[in-house]
Design a protein around this ligand. Structure first.
Ligand SMILES: [Zn+2]
Ligand SMILES: [Zn+2]
Length: 137
């Protein structure tokens, strides 16, 4: 199977009809580790798919979110970014280059007793600072 056949099956298994546009959008997410915004995805694809609109990108991302193919992260104000990594993890954003890295977090190791009284529906862990690449410059 080719890579796009694998991704196409993956979308189908999540109840998403794999149109060319959806497939391309999902492909970018899988290949782009920096958690792109809808604008970034749009700019990346519009040369290849001139009929694509920003609204389509947004609609696709929200469909993907509903079908649990992506998570939306809001590490910056008013800027939704899309993350295909559905495993629990945190994020580190570099204040210099802006890159967002996945940080492994073992939530089972955390004892936050105060949370026992609440029904937890989501949790987000954000860290900011300087990444290794920028530190070494
Ligand atoms: Zn950096
Ligand atoms: Zn992530």
């Amino acid at each position: 199977m080719t890579n796009s056949e694998i991704l196409s099956n993956y979308l189908k298994n999540h109840g998403v009809k794999p149109s060319i546009q959806r497939l391309k959008i999902y492909e970018i997410l899988r290949n782009n580790v920096t958690h792109p915004t809808a604008d970034e995805i749009f700019n990346h694809l519009v040369k290849e798919i001139p009929t694509l609109s920003l609204a389509t990108v947004y609609n696709t991302m929200h469909l993907f979110e509903q079908k649990e193919l992506v998570r939306i992260i809001n590490i910056e104000n008013h800027q939704a970014r899309f993350d295909w990594n559905m495993k629990p993890h945190g994020h580190f954003q570099c204040n210099v280059c802006g890159t967002i890295y996945d940080i492994e977090i073992d939530t089972n190791q955390m004892n936050i007793n105060e949370l026992d009284e609440y029904q937890l529906e989501e949790s987000h862990f954000y860290f900011k600072g300087l990444c290794k690449t920028c530190l070494n410059k």
